[in-house]
Design a binder for this molecule. Sequence first.
Ligand code: ACM
Length: 507
Amino acid sequence: MAATPGPAVTGGAITAGLVPLPVFASTDDAASFTIGSDTAIEVGPGDGTAAVARDLADLLRPPTGYALQISTGAATSPPKDSIDLRLGSGNPALGDEGYDLTISKDGVVLMATKVAGLFHGVQTIRQMLPSAVETRAASSTVWKLTGGHIVDYPRYSYRGAMLDVSRHFFGVPVVERYIDELALYKVNVLHLHLSDDQGWRLAIDGWPNLTAIGGSTEVGGGQGGYYTKADYTALVQYAQARFITVVPEIDTPSHTNAALASYPQLNCNGTSPALYTGEQVGFSSLCVPKAATYTFLDDVVSELAALTPGPYIHLGGDEAQSTSAADYVTFVQKAQAIVEAHGKSLMGWAEISKAKLDQGSVAEYWNFNDHGRSATDAAQQSVKVVMAPADHAYLDQKYDAHTVLGLTWAGAIEAQDAYAWDPLDGGRVAESDVLGVEAPLWSETLHTTADLEYLAWPRMAGIAEIGWSPKAERSWPTYRTRLAEQGPRWTAMGINFYRSPQVDWTS
Ligand code: ACM
């Protein structure tokens, strides 16, 4: 392995278009490499390496017009004019997701310990190419890569985006498109908020009314919708192919009106409430003392666990204002045991730290009004936290008073507000307590892909960088210039992003 270069020079040519910022980068002004019709993609052995090579060839094909050949090279020193992808850098710092990228006049060498690292390294190559690489039409662009060396790996293993498909339902193609956008920024978790008061969105075999009744509406009274198991499996696999793990959430014990409306036996009074299409929270609760509640939960978690390759089942736990404090603790502990009995770990909004949590459970901090207390309570139980403070990381809040979409209860969140914070701010948790970060996108006001993208971008990119890049290297002034370079890329991708006036977009 080549020597590890110095820390990233954030204004350096090699990092100019990169979000997230790499850990180490050095530009070699004397070297650059131009992809041409004769460039070969060489791929080393290992399960999954050829798929990453194919992804790169497929990306390059329409804009370059080149049908780049992929060959399974045994060469230890890559041939000239090639992009060489292989496992085995020998650098333990790379971990499961890191990569080592060298660009010289002879070609590109990308090495990683695991295939996920090759995938992330390809996203870096993608961001180093002119933005026309994102168009699906032929372009006469020169496909030049700046010479230099990058050694890169994430700060946190959990870099998440959450999408609420309950308040308004989004079908498989919409979610797949978001997955594609997230992968470009090295996001590796998609948390799907699959149930709430206004809609239940995943078919559960033993409980068909959940979707037949509970899935039949949404905020504002639209027709709702739901994923069949086949739809959901397709989503999970689509994400997996992009090294993104789906964390499914069934929100409990509150945010459950859609389930309560579907099955009378889940209600303490044995009577189903009407379906709900408003925007209030905290009025519903599963019936904590009833055995039927746990039969239901066990069935749902059993089916979810079978559909979930990842380690976590998220059972919500937020805003349980209609559940007594004692019942809440009882419920969370029973829910945790059910999740563990099905071989998974419980994830929940950080209110769950009021209960006794097991190591391996994860608390997601959101409620900035508690000034970090729920995160600290979780950490004191040796439980890891995911930081998603609503006043910085909630993508559903308006950018400013003029934003048409979105809500305002956590305040206006401009591009800089979403970026200029850190999980350790306020000293509520230590670095070792933090599993990662997440940016939730709640959908009360969202109807279309264009709506979703307008609130997600550019803020999602900022959260992605917080999750990946070293804290000491991050600063708004340098991020702002790298963020500006995403504008033409998002335009080429057809993304309906918000042109924040805080950023000098390059087009
Ligand atoms: C939440 O925003 N209620 C997690």
